[in-house]
Design a binder for this molecule. Structure first.
Ligand code: EPS
Length: 403
């Protein structure tokens, strides 16, 4: 079993994470981790904070000469902005005279529920840990998972499908599902094109429209949400299970991916679209190929019965607009009980391009959870042996069983 935990406040000294259960001898490339962190920071429409930070992971334990020891891994991502917050966020001491106590919650943020639940007299205490800054730690964790998965040929990519309701004109998502299998060239093209786009999309005309929309939203003091598509390819058949609710592939993915700040929806394959169509139009027909059994289409998004079926794993997620508005909505000052405008706080106009990178990390983690559960092993060598033995024999066994 692998697990991780993160710690850290948005304007505290650092974010940190502990990862437990990765096999030993797994090669880890720090440049890869830092590049993932850089990808998360990018995207048109982010706020002032990303100009201050240049996120980098510092590995404190669990690695020796670039390989895992099988021991817990601990890592840090330092907050450069901490320098500006030493008086407002010290772990000890007392607030200096004149330190503002925040009493006006933002609609849509964790401000009010956090202060209510944790019995705070300053909303700053809610803001700090609920901030999506925490996702930097999770991207670092996901970068470990991605490197584990690459040993088994499993790749993960993504693109932003829409921002502010601006979708590609060619119904791209359905097209990908209708096509079924994804070639390596197509997979790589998703990666290259989305990474080159300022907003993570695949279509140039759509990018222009989205940038115009973000500019307008910013001018109007508003914010935008959007949808992202995340794809994992080359999964073996058999990850997840129908025998228990918590072991289903879709359960594990939902738990991890839906924990991302501001995510409000997830679809597997055609998802909600499946509900509107007759079965004859959406169930993926089974076809025989030299390498085994395949499906003619992929509307199920790579799973049947909570188990991976060897088709690309395709999910779509929806992110709500950022809750901090420069043209604020109505709120209440908790000090006076009087209706006032919500508080403004430095923030982003849109963070959907960052969200797709975090979603990749969480999808990678989900698959890593199930891969280590199924193929176990204390070292990467042992895990590979188990994996190879299973995947090599799986088709022959099926053939023999049904002779
Ligand atoms: C974020 C850091 C934050 C915000 C954003 C995400 O920085 P700051 O609050 O210092 O400006 O840019 O946080 C939120 C959207 C949120 O709602 O908390 C980051 O590193 O991703």
């Amino acid at each position: 079993m692998i697990r991780y935990i993160t710690a850290g406040e948005s304007h505290g000294k650092s974010l940190s994470a502990i990862i437990e259960g990765l096999p030993s001898n797994l090669k880890i490339d720090i440049d890869f981790i830092n590049n993932e962190l850089k990808r998360r920071q990018g995207g048109y429409g982010r706020g002032g904070r990303m100009k201050i930070e240049s996120d980098e992971a510092e590995i404190l334990s669990g690695l020796r000469f670039g390989k895992t020891l099988g021991a817990p891994i601990s890592l840090l991502v330092r907050n450069k902005d901490w320098e500006n917050w030493t008086e407002k966020m010290p772990p000890f001491g007392k607030p200096v005279r004149g330190t503002e106590k925040i009493s006006i919650p933002r609609p849509g943020h964790a401000d009010l529920v956090g202060a209510t639940k944790y019995n705070f007299n300053d909303i700053r205490n809610s803001i700090e840990r609920s901030s999506a800054r925490e996702t930097a730690a999770r991207v670092a964790v996901g970068a470990f998972a991605k490197q584990l998965l690459s040993n088994f040929g499993i790749g993960i990519t993504s693109f932003v499908e829409s921002i502010g309701g601006v979708y590609p004109e060619d119904n791209l998502y359905e097209k990908i599902l209708a096509k079924g299998k994804i070639t390596l060239e197509e997979f790589e093209a998703f990666e290259v094109v989305s990474n080159a786009s300022q907003v993570g999309v695949l279509r140039a005309k759509q990018e222009e429209k989205i940038i115009r929309k973000i500019k307008r939203a910013k001018k109007e003091g508003d914010t935008l949400g959007g949808t992202c598509v995340i794809i994992a390819d080359n999964l073996p058949v058999g990850l997840g299970s129908f025998v228990h609710y918590e072991r289903r592939l879709d359960t594990v993915i939902s738990k991890n991916v839906m924990s991302i700040n501001a995510l409000k929806g997830i679809e597997f394959g055609l998802g909600f679209g499946l509900a509107d169509m007759p079965g004859s139009k959406v169930h993926d027909e089974i076809i025989k190929e030299d390498s085994g059994y395949s499906r003619a289409t992929n509307f199920a998004g790579g799973m049947e019965g909570g188990i991976s079926n060897g088709m690309p794993l395709v999910i779509r997620v929806a992110m709500k607009p950022i809750a901090t508005l420069m043209q604020p909505l109505r709120s209440v000052d908790l000090k006076t009980g009087v209706n006032v405008d919500a508080r403004r706080e430095r923030s982003d106009t849109v963070a959907v391009p960052a969200c797709r990178v975090v979603a990749e990390a969480m999808l990678a983690w989900s698959i890593a959870e199930l891969m280590t559960e199924k193929f176990g092993g204390d070292s990467i060598e042992e895990m590979k042996d188990n994996f190879n033995s299973y995947t090599r024999k799986i088709n022959n066994r099926l053939r023999r069983n049904f002779k």
